[in-house]
Structures are given as structure tokens and as C-alpha cells.
Write a protein of this length. Sequence first.
Length: 170
Amino acid sequence: MFFIAEIRQKLRECESDLSRMGEARDSPKAQRYFVIQFCQEMQKMAEASLRGQYQDVPSVDPKIILRYLVQGQLDHFYEKMAIPDNMSILFSDYQRYLKILSDKSSDPKVREEQMKSAPRIYSEIYEEAKISEGRRLPGTVHPDVEEGIFRKQSTGRELHKVSLKMSRIW
């Protein structure tokens, strides 16, 4: 009697597995079609996960929804900051400045003076590096340099709007 119940249980599990797998794919054409569909869905989900775009991944998890909304705001911020008129410190053509530096002198002191007096972002980086000079290992750039430059570049961008929009959503 015990064996019959166990056999029925295994049969139900088997039927459940078969129903989840879908219809039989007996022909090579049907198998190939299934594999192509499966690969396309996996690629779509992988790309969405990689970019933090979860609109294609159905979810009710607040963490995933919040990440999606924040990613959208960051993308919007990037689009705004990519416009040169919106930057308070503009980037320059670095290749031109490298050529100027290499043509002028190989002396580090001369190059340092040129960086100090260079327009736009180079002088800003030099200034930030000097401010945090005592707080780094020799030969490295302190992480505060990157943060300081970013803060100067994003002046007036009102980053707190992201948190205000999030509070309205939730």
C-alpha cells in the first residue's frame, strides 16, 4: 500500500514537471525555435540586469523598483551633464595638452607649472590634488580629488531633487 502512494506521488511530480516544460519538441525545427526563444529571453533579462533596467523583469520588490527609479534619475542626470553648457568646469582636448606638455619640456617642474596654469579641468584637478596632498600615499591620487571635482562640476544641478522625487513616489 505504501508503494502505491509513493508511485502516485512520483507520477504527480512527473506530470507537474512535464506541464511546466510545455509541449513536446520532437522535430529539430521545434527544438531550434525553442532554444532561440529561450536564448533571446535570457539575453534580454541579462542586459536589463546589467544596466539596472528592471522594467522588463516583472517585480513587486520595492528594492528593485527603487533601483530602477534611481537608475532612471542617474541616466537623466548624465544626459543633462553631457551638455557642455551645463558644466561649470569644462573638459578640454587632452591629446592636445599631452602634445603641448611633451613638446615643451620633460622637466616635471615645468610640467607642474603648466598644469597649474592650464585652463579648465586640469588646473582644477591640480588644485584638488594639492589640497589633499598630505592624505595620500606617494604616487597615488587621493579619492577626495575625484569627489571634489565632481562636486564642482555638478554645482547648481540640485542633486537633492532625486530624493524629493523618490519621496513623492513612495
